[in-house]
Design a protein around this ligand. Structure first.
Ligand SMILES: Cc1cc2nc3c(=O)[nH]c(=O)nc-3n(C[C@H](O)[C@H](O)[C@H](O)COP(=O)(O)OP(=O)(O)OC[C@H]3O[C@@H](n4cnc5c(N)ncnc54)[C@H](O)[C@@H]3O)c2cc1C
Length: 342
């Protein structure tokens, strides 16, 4: 255990000048609020809700899924989509394979011939399916968090809220920022490191070259390139590509603008594909500041002494989506073991 409830959290409240919860904006007490609708948060919420606990999920993003992300765009060739976060999942356990099967995920053989599983019609459809029917509020950023008078008080962009229990499933550096860097729980979080990743999303006309399904080359600045439109359920109106820069390239250029990322990465991709970059129908770059865990925590989650605050995510155990699922499930199990559920 990691946190002395009361003492340093109250310090955090004053430091962050938290808004006071008022009647109009208050979430009901007895409730668990989960911060983050990525795979960790959705997995935890699903288990708690299925066991009868009132759960509400808040997320600052536009769509459910976090880093299991699918960008949908309208182009001259029609509606296209790009999986610009997680590319595919290779379940290591039968349980996770079962979970994926229930979401409608389908096999996608990459260039090595090994079948990963992908969401259909996009990767974000995996967390979306798992979250079906849950109370999920997107476009709501939690900006402050404090324990006061026996409840958790959240400052959010949608107003002040309260909860009995809070489960933070944001990347470790963002959890630290939310708690205040000198909070007791941050000592453990400080040991976690996460690597950035710059992603490039490009569409070419459907008669363009398709030299490979996917390519992994750690010696190239674009260490991973996938022909996204070869995944099942994707439109064939254009050839879509997702390229991910390797660690060093991503770190070096992290703070440039998305336009600068795109301008730098498009020629690299076009050269590999032997296509004219001017023929691109759509070009966007996306920056993942916290893409994947480099140094994980080494345990499935953290919680406060009184078990009213939990934090977890892929970064607890490893760099992949199955680690996120494991962390979310482990937090839910611990919560249910310590809750009287009638
Ligand atoms: C480029 C890239 C490629 C990847 N490739 C693979 C792969 O091929 N295979 C694989 O298994 N894994 C891959 N991963 C990793 C995988 O995506 C993650 O392990 C998994 O999605 C993490 O889920 P999570 O729920 O722990 O975190 P996230 O998905 O990051 O969810 C956290 C959520 O918290 C929200 N949030 C953050 N701060 C706040 C706040 N203050 N208030 C409200 N909401 C907040 C965010 O919007 C986000 O939705 C990849 C990741 C990236 C970025």
């Amino acid at each position: 255990m990691l946190l002395s409830p009361g003492m340093s959290i109250d310090d955090t409240a004053s430091r962050h000048n938290l808004p006071q919860a008022n009647k109009a904006g208050v979430g009901s007490l007895g409730q668990t609020i989960i911060i983050g609708s990525g795979l960790t948060g959705i997995t935890c919420a699903r288990s708690l809700a299925d066991a009868g606990l009132p759960v509400r999920v808040l997320d600052k993003g536009r769509a459910v899924g976090g880093r299991m992300a699918t960008r949908r765009v309208m182009t001259g060739a029609g509606a296209l989509s790009f999986d610009h976060g997680a590319q595919y999942l290779r379940p290591r356990t039968a349980e996770f394979a079962d979970v994926l099967a229930r979401t409608g995920a389908r096999p996608w053989p990459d260039a090595t011939g090994a079948a990963g599983h992908v969401g259909v019609p996009g990767m974000s459809d995996i967390p979306r399916a798992l979250g079906d029917g849950l109370s999920i509020q997107q476009n709501t950023e939690v900006t402050a968090l404090a324990r006061r008078d026996g409840a958790w008080h959240l400052g959010t962009t949608a107003g002040a809220m309260q909860a009995d229990r809070v489960v933070m499933t944001v990347p470790a550096p963002q959890a630290m920022a939310l708690l205040g860097g000198d909070h007791a729980i941050c000592a453990a979080l400080a040991g976690v490191s996460m690597a950035p990743c710059l992603a490039l999303l490009v569409a070419f006309p459907d008669n363009s070259p398709r030299p490979f399904v996917s390519r992994q080359d750690p010696s190239h600045p674009l260490a991973w390139i996938a022909q996204d439109s070869t995944k099942p359920g994707r439109t064939q109106a254009a050839v879509t590509w997702v390229a991910q820069a390797h660690r060093a390239f991503s770190s070096e250029h992290l703070d440039a603008t998305p336009e600068e990322h795109a301008a730098r990465m498009l020629p690299l991709l076009a050269e590999v594909l032997a296509v004219d970059p001017a023929k691109a129908l759509h070009v966007r770059a996306h920056r993942w500041r916290y893409a994947q865990a480099e140094t994980p925590l080494g345990q499935a989650f953290l919680h406060s002494d009184d078990r009213t605050l939990y934090t977890g995510g892929d970064w607890c155990i490893g760099p992949g989506a199955e680690h996120a699922w494991q962390s979310g499930r482990a937090m839910a199990q611990d919560i249910l073991e310590h809750t009287d559920v009638d």
